[in-house]
Design a protein around this ligand. Structure first.
Ligand code: NAP
Length: 257
């Protein structure tokens, strides 16, 4: 009988994680690398990527860095091709990079902002997933993990277009699961709640806003980036082999607030 512990083993598995030079992406990358995965650290800035790779290597983890602005077609293609050149294929793709350049009423947003949000948060995960599909098929399966948000399930205030992009990402996930199940490729969405990163700084640095959020938050605190890694590990590994098309919150009870 196989040990259940072994099901979490990612030894030799190749993982691309977009937006992994800091925040949630970096924590997930570290968690997966600590379980044996070969991780590709990626973000817009090569220096930021190199810094994380150096730290990982110093800790004995297997990582390479490939800069990629996920909104740029040539950089997306390079990310996938270069990963295949260096590691021989792709087993796990984590679409984590996202942006939210605007706060405020939806009717006041510029059309250009809409396009930018959808390009990075929705179109990039769609295209990157399509790009890794042939390699996953060739390897007999794979796991796509799309980092959505509780905002994709329940609208907050002032995040309308971001929220809309994250809701669409959930539906993309479910369609990927439906179409690619036949290739043993799973696709799942993670919906973090409020996690303390640079991305959410405008919220957690606003004390009155935080106090009102905390009142409805069962955990009464923000999440940490490390607390996002365990669910990603489960979905990436054979421990989650029966999980596909799922939408999983990791939110300190935010959705019940
Ligand atoms: P973060 O700490 O600000 O990190 C964002 C990462 O993405 C960085 O590595 C950044 O590096 C990279 N990045 C930004 N724009 C990019 C682009 N166009 N192409 C490629 N990489 C890009 O953010 P985070 O809070 O960890 O957020 C990660 C994910 O979690 C996002 O999908 C976000 O929507 C989701 N999420 C976050 C929260 C939260 O409260 N923090 C809640 C729900 C969902 P460079 O600057 O070097 O490019």
């Amino acid at each position: 009988m196989e040990s259940i512990k072994n099901l979490f083993n990612l030894k030799g598995k190749v993982v691309i994680i977009t937006g992994s030079s800091k925040g949630i992406g970096e924590a997930i990358a570290r968690g997966l690398a600590e379980h044996g995965a070969h991780v590709v650290i990626s973000s817009r800035k090569q220096e930021a990527v190199d810094e994380v790779v150096d730290q990982f290597k110093a800790a004995g983890l297997e990582a390479i860095g490939i800069a990629c602005h996920v909104g740029k077609a040539d950089q997306r293609t390079n990310l996938v091709n270069e990963t295949i050149n260096r590691f021989g294929g792709v087993d796990i793709l984590i679409n984590n990079a996202a942006i939210n350049p605007i706060y405020g009423p939806i009717e006041e947003a510029e059309e250009a902002a809409f396009d930018k949000i959808m390009d990075v948060n929705l179109k990039a995960p769609w295209i990157l997933s399509n790009l890794v599909l042939p390699s996953m098929k060739e390897r007999g399966g794979g796991s796509v993990i799309n980092i959505s948000s509780v905002e994709g399930l329940k609208p907050g205030l002032g995040l309308g277009l971001y929220s809309t992009s994250k809701a669409a990402l959930i539906m993309l996930t479910q369609n990927q699961a439906k179409e690619w199940g036949q290739y043993n490729i799973r696709s799942n969405a993670i919906c973090p709640g409020l996690v303390k990163t640079k991305f959410s700084a405008t919220i957690w640095q606003n004390e009155p806003l935080m106090n009102s959020i905390k009142k409805n938050l069962l955990s009464s605190r923000l999440g940490t980036t490390d607390e996002m890694a365990g669910l990603a590990l489960l979905l990436a590994s054979d421990a989650g082999a029966y999980m596909t098309g799922g939408v999983y919150t990791n939110d300190g009870g935010y959705m019940l607030g």
